[in-house]
Write a protein that binds this ligand. Structure first.
Ligand code: C5P
Length: 225
């Protein structure tokens, strides 16, 4: 049986990838399936937490029983919901893949094909929601980020990840090596858990729900420390 060590804790988990519209039918998106975020929400419910799952474009995943679901589309919508729900959460987990850029203009009507090449798509930076949540952190709140890193070696990946943990100010960073069939749209996951206190631990390739248990173990350890 799972431990009930999240009993009474209010948890917000974001999952999936944001979609940034170009026109009513097209968007810029990413390959996040939402599976890791959903596994985190499911495990948190099983361990006794009160869970809000904020889902960006996770159309084909079954609902998480016992969690309240808020669907969002764009990074801007995700940002609004995260700020509102994080305000009274004990733990915030940003597992969503947030688009770093959005098309500057959203066409009202579908962009028409013409007989010349289209204009380039102008992009605008999206805010870093995780960094903002750290800025507005409420007392004692634990904030967890994810990092999908590519690199030639585990050493490269970890070096990028340590810098990211510092830069963003999160308490825990879940690091996945991505690329060539790793992590995105797969059933399994592997990586490292880096804590702000300097502790690091590798997570061997396993199911996303196994990974979720390891992540909750690390979060509970932070709360108890
Ligand atoms: O910098 P990078 O995109 O690799 O950071 C990943 C982490 O930051 C994830 O936890 C993601 O949810 C979060 N993020 C965010 N807002 C952005 C970009 C990333 O909250 N605009």
């Amino acid at each position: 049986a799972l431990p009930r060590d999240l009993e009474g804790r209010r948890v917000v988990v974001s999952a999936g990838g944001t979609r940034e519209p170009l026109d009513p039918v097209r968007y810029l998106g990413n390959r996040s399936s939402g599976k890791q975020g959903y596994a985190l929400a499911r495990t948190a419910v099983q361990r006794g937490a009160e869970v809000t799952l904020v889902a960006a474009a996770t159309v084909s995943l079954p609902d998480v029983a016992g969690a309240s679901l808020v669907r969002v589309g764009t990074a801007e919508e995700l940002r609004e919901v995260m700020h509102r729900t994080a305000a009274d959460a004990d733990i915030v987990v940003m597992a969503a893949a947030v688009a770093d850029f959005r098309p500057t203009d959203r066409a009202t009507y579908k962009i028409k094909k013409t007989d010349r090449d289209p204009d380039p798509i102008a992009l605008t930076r999206n805010p870093d929601i995780l960094a903002e949540l750290v800025q507005s952190r409420v007392n004692g709140q634990v904030i967890v980020g994810f990092a999908a890193e590519t690199g030639d070696s585990a050493g490269d990946v970890l070096e990028h990840a340590r810098a990211k943990l510092k830069r963003k100010g999160a308490d825990l960073l879940v690091v996945n090596a991505v690329g060539e069939g790793k992590a995105f749209e797969t059933e399994d996951n592997s990586g490292w858990l880096l804590s702000a206190d300097g502790s690091e631990r590798a997570v061997a390739l396993s199911s996303k729900s196994h990974m979720a248990s390891d992540i909750w173990d690390a979060i509970v350890a932070l709360i108890e420390a």
